[in-house]
Design a protein around this ligand. Structure first.
Ligand code: IPE
Ligand code: IPE
Ligand code: MG
Length: 246
């Protein structure tokens, strides 16, 4: 694998329409549509989740090569516990498998790993693998891969308020609340991508996306390739962000 600097210029020269000065600092993705992808192929839903792993690999690699500092992937929501137990079990097993198998590739790409969500409620074997992967990757600095697992935006805000109270804070302002969120210290997402067409947030990063640019594509997650990510970034760069100003 060539050094990161070379990779970076490589990707940008392949994609001359991207302005390297105006890349998002944080991209967040609602990876949706695995089930529909499988259904369209008369395959079990698990086949869609499995196929989605390649899209994760490609998104991580592309963000690392572009020099995007943070990529947050919504992998399991607090509401996803409503799914059939077999699907949940398969998702957890797949997560464990991917963590084991991908950690060295992530390391080679300079990726660091963080999780957001109520991790303590995940199966013990998943927590163990997450801890091992985070430890292996802790000294990397190219891309922070932030996995949202058992994550809910409302729960995060509640947890932050409780943490601030427990820390003895008597008054709370935006900065103080942000410091108690799971994402403390991270820039807010500049770009929120949702695959598979639904026009909703599904309880994702409710506080942090106050001014994110939204990009919804009909492409199902397992079909979301590097070119789709580059197109989302290109469209982001064409937006005029006013933040309430003129
Ligand atoms: C996203 O795909 C993966 C997770 C939520 C874990 P879905 O499984 O939600 O796929 P659809 O929405 O049913 O097509
Ligand atoms: C959002 O997708 C959660 C993840 C991608 C992990 P869902 O498929 O769970 O969302 P809804 O049910 O369509 O809102
Ligand atoms: Mg879905």
């Amino acid at each position: 694998m060539p050094p990161l600097q070379e990779q970076k210029s490589g990707v940008l020269s392949e994609e001359p329409s991207l302005d390297p000065q105006r890349l998002p600092r944080h991209i967040a993705v609602i990876m949706d549509g695995n089930g529909r992808w499988a259904q369209e192929r008369h395959l079990p839903r698990l086949a869609g989740h499995r196929a989605g792993v390649e899209s994760v690999r490609e998104a991580v690699r592309t963000c690392a090569r572009l020099g995007i500092p943070v990529l947050t992937l919504y992998a399991f929501s607090t509401e996803n516990w409503k799914r059939p137990p077999e699907e949940i079990q398969e998702l957890m097993r797949l997560l464990g498998y991917v963590l084991d198998r991908e950690v060295e590739e992530l390391h080679a790409n300079g990726v660091r790993l963080k999780t957001i969500g109520r991790i303590a409620e995940l199966p013990e074997f998943v927590q163990t693998k997450l801890r091992a992967a985070a430890e292996r990757l802790k000294d990397n600095s190219a891309l922070l891969l932030n996995l949202a697992l058992n994550y809910g935006g409302r729960q995060e805000i509640l947890d932050a308020v409780c943490a601030a109270r427990d820390a003895g804070l008597e008054t709370l302002d935006e900065a103080a609340l942000s410091r108690h969120l799971y994402t403390a210290g991270l820039p807010d997402p500049d770009l929120l991508i949702r695959t598979s067409g639904e026009m909703r947030l599904s309880n994702f990063l409710l506080w942090q996306i106050a001014y994110a640019e939204l990009y919804v594509t009909p492409v199902h997650w397992p079909d979301f390739r590097r070119k789709d990510l580059l197109e989302a970034i290109a469209q982001y760069q064409r937006r005029c962000r006013r933040f309430g100003g003129v």
